[in-house]
Design a protein around this ligand. Structure first.
Ligand code: PMV
Length: 313
């Protein structure tokens, strides 16, 4: 029996823009997807016992099978190898939290262990990146990197195909956040393709937005490292406006972002692919975190209370 885990994540700055080489900032969260793999049965079977948004598993089923095929290829494993895969863990299957990447990392680690293969994190990350193509089409690699290594990270995709630019970041102390789920399952691949197409068709509108997204990531890094959370929050708000402009927000995301800001969150934005999925609010201190979380829950939405900048992750 082989076992493995992968972290969930929130993107604090730069989702979608990172696909095109703009830097972004991502933090792993203290929830994981776990996998157990046994070399038994016939072909590949998956038992998915994650807590998910309604319809998540059904919507992602085909992409999940394709992702496992891609992963086996990347790991140099015979696709006919019988593999019975169980997936569970504390990370909910909500769109936007890197659940697909976390599951790919967990499965890759569990398969490697079950087949007695020694796989350093770098190879697990690369296998998960290949698997992510099934879910995101042309992924940046930010999700699988966070799922593999954990922590708070600066990420910039290497557009020439070489290793990405990844740096570990540190905040003076961990900071509370609230993640709110719209409950809507989103198709990351369609969202990523939509942005690429609109960018191609309308560079006059899109180029300045992409330039500003890069500046926001740089300022976001400085202010996070300095612990200037008011400024971090303001930059998150501005990042959300850019995401609205590239048409990846939704009515529900804007609603949750509005509730969080009204309750005093330092900043709030959608996180991940958008079009549904999740938002993240910066809520330093347990009291503020609780206030924002409760207000979102009162409107009938699910939340996760967690932290960024935790050293052990
Ligand atoms: O929605 P998620 O958790 O799959 O995050 C997608 C993040 C994007 O920037 C939209 C895509 C990517 O590969 O970076």
């Amino acid at each position: 029996m082989g076992k493995g885990s992968g972290y969930g994540k929130v993107i604090l700055f730069g989702e979608h823009f990172v696909v095109h080489g703009v830097p972004g900032i991502v933090s792993a969260i203290d929830s994981t997807t776990d996998a157990v793999v046994k070399k038994i049965g016939k072909g590949i079977s998956v038992k998915d016992e994650r807590k998910t948004a309604k319809g998540y598993s059904e919507e992602k089923r085909l992409q999940q099978l394709e992702s496992i095929e891609r992963m086996l290829k990347a790991m140099g494993i015979d696709p006919k190898t019988p593999l019975s895969i169980w997936i569970g863990g504390t990370l909910p299957g909500f769109s936007g939290l890197g659940a697909s990447a976390a599951s790919s990392v967990a499965i890759a680690r569990a398969i490697a262990e079950e087949l007695g293969m020694t796989m350093p994190d770098e190879r697990i990350n690369q296998a998960a990146y290949e698997a992510e193509k099934a879910y995101a089409g042309n992924p940046s690699g930010i999700d699988n990197t966070a799922a593999t290594y954990g922590g708070l990270m600066w990420f910039q995709k290497n557009m020439s195909g070489g290793p990405d630019f990844v740096e570990r970041l540190h905040t003076p102390q961990p900071v509370e956040i609230v993640i709110g789920s719209t409950g809507k399952v989103a198709n990351t691949k369609a969202m990523v393709e939509g942005v690429a197409e609109r960018k191609r068709k309308n560079p006059q509108k899109y180029d300045p937005l992409f330039k500003r997204a890069g500046e926001i990531a740089i300022e976001g890094r400085k202010t996070l490292e300095a612990g200037d959370l008011k400024k971090v929050g303001a930059l998150m708000n501005e990042n959300h406006t850019l995401l609205q402009e590239i048409e990846v927000s939704s009515r529900e995301l804007d609603l949750l972002v509005g509730i969080a800001r009204k309750q005093g969150a330092f900043g709030a934005k959608l996180t991940g692919g958008g079009g549904g999925g999740c938002m993240v609010a910066l809520t330093p201190g347990r009291q503020l975190q609780e206030k924002v979380a409760k207000a979102i829950e009162q409107q009938g939405f699910e939340v996760l209370r967690t932290m960024i900048g935790v050293q052990k992750l």
